[in-house]
Design a protein around this ligand. Structure first.
Ligand SMILES: Cc1ncc(COP(=O)(O)O)c(C=O)c1O
Length: 419
């Protein structure tokens, strides 16, 4: 089993969450509302909203089609965003494609890489407790391929009750037919970080890694080279950019193995009388086609600049501090039952996510009650592939603008409900 991190907890040094709240118009408009559903999507700072507004009010045109200045200037700004994302991930711009979100990125790995490279009986390893968006693309591919007479195998591996992948299970299931392992970086419900470099060390060199970084991007430092993943997927809207934005990183050495899963204007096809070939040196020529979400892409650059202006280490420290504070307060409740994660292990790191239920309470009912008190949390199955029997947890997920005062108010409301 992979152990959880046991480094010393970082000191609670972030004191400006209250000041930061002023940068988010939705928070300023409703300061009493406690938004604790940030793993689903984050609130947007004014700079991001202004960037989207500027595109529609002053710069609106298409890109890569016309030669007039407004369009070429805009195309250059989109490429500046690609550079920014590459820098953010410690990757090269040729390895970056814009997508509509993590779900689209994860599907693209299945349809653009696996569809064209898997042979009969090849195996894909994944964890059924990961997000549907990381699991379903593989079940879907298996089904599609079976209709064309090709059988691939999905090999599920398990998650330990503490909320991290079970290494021994992974190791025992790797075979000579394993072609790819799908991993999550920070779990969307259990909030635990998986040690990707250590899992990579278990794998033969020919097994690719597809990493879902939806809950880690913008929350902790992401370094694709250090992680060693071949594909990294995440969405922009969970890290302050607009909805409908996402990124797919693909390691340069794998680019030649891809084939477009959708195609149209901008796909790097070369067509002569007899055949059609793909001549793409860049991921964008394989993955991006049609009119992109230009406003969303521009907002992603602003969102990364916003994160940089706060500092990723500061964000990481604040989320860890709040997670531990929340955990400490929740432990006071006699009726608490923690889901896997920080509540079940002595982990000293925290990534802003804790899930729990209260004995005798139905979690969806409790979420409705919290909503009536102005506290927005998520309850339900949380898009997981497989579940424990009674697994409807309340998930609290935090962001930089959340405060200890909000946690104290949340606890007051919970304590009242328990009385
Ligand atoms: C771990 C994980 N993967 C994938 C997704 C899907 O992201 P999107 O809806 O932006 O495509 C989510 C969304 O909650 C997630 O938490």
């Amino acid at each position: 089993m992979q152990s959880c991190t046991l480094e010393a907890a970082p000191a609670a040094t972030f004191e400006s969450a209250n000041k930061l709240r002023g940068l988010f118009p939705a928070i300023v408009a409703e300061p009493e509302t406690v938004f604790f559903d940030n793993a689903s999507t984050a609130q947007k700072p004014a700079v991001v909203i202004d960037r989207i507004n500027r595109f529609y009010s002053r710069e609106c045109s298409n890109i890569s089609r016309a030669s007039y200045g407004r369009s070429t200037a805009l195309a250059a700004r989109v490429e500046e965003t690609r550079l920014k994302v590459a820098e953010f991930l410690n990757a090269d711009p040729e390895e970056i494609a814009f997508t509509g979100g993590a779900t689209e990125s994860l599907n693209t790995v299945a349809l653009s890489w696996a569809m064209h490279n898997l042979n009969d009986q090849d195996e894909i390893m994944l964890c059924m407790e990961d997000h549907h968006s990381a699991v379903f693309p593989w079940l879907n591919l298996q089904e599609v391929l079976s209709r064309f007479g090709k059988k691939i195998k999905i090999i599920p591996f398990s998650l330990h009750h503490t909320g991290v992948y079970d290494w021994a299970d992974i190791e025992s299931k790797i075979s000579s037919s394993t072609r790819l392992i799908a991993l999550g970086h920070v779990h969307h419900l259990y909030g635990m970080e998986m040690d990707i470099a250590e899992i990579k060390a278990l794998l033969p060199d020919n097994v690719l890694i597809s990493l879902d970084a939806s809950q880690s991007a913008g929350h902790i430092k992401l370094d694709t080279r250090a992680l060693g993943a071949d594909f990294v997927s995440f969405s922009g809207h969970k890290m302050f950019a607009a909805s409908g934005t996402g990124v797919l990183y693909t390691k340069k050495s794998v680019l030649q193995q891809l084939w477009p899963s959708k195609s149209g204007s901008k796909t790097a096809f070369q067509i002569d009388k007899e055949n059609m070939t793909l001549s793409a040196e860049r991921l964008s020529g394989i993955i991006e086609c049609g009119t992109l979400n230009i406003a969303g892409i521009l907002s992603l650059k602003t969102a990364i600049e916003f994160i940089d202006s706060i500092g990723i280490e500061t964000i990481e420290r604040h989320l860890s501090d709040l997670t531990h504070y929340l955990h400490g307060r929740l432990k006071e409740l006699a009726a608490i039952e923690f889901a896997p994660g920080i509540g079940r292990c002595g982990c000293t790191k925290g990534f802003g996510i804790i899930a729990f239920k209260l004995k005798k309470f139905d979690s969806p009912d409790l979420a409705d009650y919290l909503d009536s008190e102005g506290i927005l949390v998520r309850a339900g199955d949380h898009c997981r592939g497989s579940k424990e029997e009674d697994d409807s947890y309340i998930r609290v997920s935090l962001q930089i603008y959340n405060t200890r005062e909000e946690i104290d108010f949340f606890m007051e409301v919970l304590e009242d409900a328990c009385r």
